[in-house]
Design a protein around this ligand. Sequence first.
Ligand code: GUN
Length: 293
Amino acid sequence: MTTVIDGKTISASVIEAVTASATALEQETGIRPGLAVVIVGDDPASHAYVASKGRMAKQCGFHSVQHTLPVETTQEALLKLVGELNADPAIHGILVQLPLPKHLDSEPVIQSILPEKDVDGLHVVNAGKLATGDLETGLLSCTPAGSMLLVRTIHGADLSGLNAVVIGRSNLFGKPMGQLLLNANATVTMAHSRTRDLAAICRTADILVAAVGRPHMVKADWVKPGATVIDVGINRVPAPDKGEGKTRLIGDVAYAEVAEIAGAITPVPGGVGPMTIAMLMANTVIAAHLILG
Ligand code: GUN
């Protein structure tokens, strides 16, 4: 029988710990963790994500602000807002929702966020700390950190002797995920769109992590029996069975068939998704502690 890794329950315990930590920080120092989320344009999926981040921040007892900028916002205006948030002592965490509209260049915007307020863990200082094995003094990218917590529930903290395969090499997920697995002593293979014989490489994995954005790409015959499968994909597809024009979220893993083979698997929704928001809240409370030095 496969173990279904319940991200909802695990993220709820992270949120409980974050709320307790925020309450204690405020009682002891008067500092209330503050999170600013910046969104440009009107992509409905991004607005839904940002709204749930704001709701969760309030639930954790944080000071929570959202800056909604019109799609025609200039690079200069966005950089100016980030500069103001950098200087605002009530704000400890800044997240600029990605992707940005096409005329904006996200990289200079991300790099303009103060590293100690970069709750996405995307600034080169934070990415560099992770790459050099410093997991203590920086901020970790939320989805990889949350995925690692899920892996730990099955394998513990030390992954010595285990083969991990990550499909996807983005800065937002694949690269930091590979580094976290490596730091936990796994033997890591990074696979991507140019990889040859992906199925055979995936079959070597004791821990298989899929982050490609292709619905149900990973099939049962890609999976080693007993492997732990972490599905990072969030793909919205038509669901005519639910009614005309309806959609549903599915992962990068063909869940029903892979669940027959895997030792443990994350569902979509309810696996990695809730962990990302929980780790964003954890990073915000960490960032509020960082200013204490
Ligand atoms: N868009 C989708 N996921 C993320 C994320 O983790 N951070 C940001 N900033 N934007 C995203």
